[in-house]
Write a protein that binds this ligand. Structure first.
Ligand code: CP3
Length: 345
């Protein structure tokens, strides 16, 4: 019988003597090896060619002893695979010429067939799994319905989320009915990933900060929990990432996930208290610290973070509060990972 990866065993309370560590966006532009490959392909070419996506996913391991590999893709791969014309524009990010604007526009997600529309994701995961040593965890992921929809309805990253919030305030029931087929497609997409070998999945809800509390409680929490309940049946660990959501913390305790990924504004101890020790916590060094500080300061901050993690109810995962930034010096990323690994539980 094969043993579970270190990070999974750790979450199950089988102490390995130290905390597991990895970084969100670890397969990205701060790596010279990534920038080199990126010159030869567009973003979507990298995502849709399994050999390339697998190679890029594994790049961090050549320079950083992380405990988990997240596969290289994007939260918009699902709608892109389904055929929505999403462009990745330099310095703008995801861009959609004709944003979705009404409930009927979301019916397209009823047609989603993960094995057909995102076959390359399963293929990339299988390649990675074969190459990855068994002590490293393979992480799958998807965007959460609210954050994916915010890109599809706005058409691009923006400040005010005026279109989707306009819809939310006008007719919340209608918006959440529109999101349901997307939520169902997300479950199918994540199941495709678990069947292709992932050990845990992370659901990214970057723009949840924009949702008022009563809407979250009444409409969105049940939708998120539907996703987590379905994933529990697959017997994989579930991680939920959101940022700027201190207003939702008292309701987060009702989330049916295993791990909460905490941003760098909150401290782990407060989140642990407000969620009544229900979750393992993941986080939460400020990515700007990695970008700007001397490596000595990065090491010191990592020691303080691990110190805090020792006092939590459940076994924590050391990570950043959000994705690593493109111009981060590799030396600082190495200082963070090495320091976290050198410290005892
Ligand atoms: O973590 C990893 O290394 C795995 C790969 C991954 C990417 N995007 C690769 C990517 C993951 C998990 C994501 C998630 C993602 N994508 C989120 C949620 C997490 C977060 O950071 O908040 C969001 C909101 C997106 C949407 C997105 N994709 C934006 C806003 C952008 C453009 C901004 C930017 O960073 O350039 C992307 C493009 C993107 N996704 C890149 C990468 C490595 C940059 C592409 C390039 O090489 O030009």
């Amino acid at each position: 019988m094969s043993t579970a990866p270190f990070l999974i065993q750790h979450l199950e309370g089988k102490s390995g003597g130290r905390f597991p560590v990895w970084m969100m966006r670890q397969a990205g532009r701060y790596l010279e090896s990534y920038r080199k490959i990126r010159k030869d392909f567009t973003f979507w070419e990298m995502v849709t060619q399994p050999e390339v996506a697998a190679e890029v996913s594994l790049l961090p391991l050549a320079v950083l002893p992380v405990d988990a590999i997240i596969f290289f893709s994007d939260i918009l791969t699902l709608p892109y695979g389904l055929g929505l014309p999403i462009e990745m524009r330099e310095s703008i990010g995801p861009f959609l010429e004709k944003p979705l604007s009404q409930r009927g526009d979301f019916d397209i997600f009823r047609e989603f067939q993960a094995k057909q529309h995102t076959r390359y994701v399963g293929q990339a995961l299988e390649i990675i799994k074969n190459k990855l040593s068994p002590e490293k965890a393979l992480l799958g992921f998807a965007g959460a319905p609210w954050t994916v929809a915010s890109y599809l309805v706005e058409g691009k990253s923006n400040k005010h989320f005026a279109q989707i919030k306009g819809w939310l305030y006008r007719d919340p029931s209608d918006l959440f009915k529109a999101l349901q087929p997307l939520a169902d497609a997300t479950v199918q997409y994540l199941k495709h990933q678990t069947q292709s070998g992932v050990d845990a999945i992370q659901l990214f809800d970057t723009w949840l900060c924009e949702m008022p509390r009563h809407i979250f409680k009444d409409h969105y929490l049940p939708m998120l929990n539907q996703i987590f309940h379905e994933m529990r049946k697959e017997k994989v660990k579930t991680i939920f990432f959101a940022k700027g959501t201190s207003h939702l913390l008292p309701d987060f305790k009702d989330l049916a996930c295993d791990v909460l990924s905490v941003d760098n504004l909150l401290d782990l101890k407060t989140v642990d208290q407000l969620t009544e020790g229900n979750f393992s916590l993941q986080g939460n060094l400020d990515p700007v610290m990695l970008l700007k500080a001397e490596s000595g300061l990065v090491r010191k901050a990592t020691r303080l973070l691990v110190q805090e993690a020792r006092g939590l109810h459940k076994p924590a995962i050391i990570n950043l509060g959000h994705g690593i930034l493109p111009n981060t010096p590799l030396e600082n990323a190495q200082a963070f990972i090495e320091e976290a690994r050198a410290l005892w539980l």
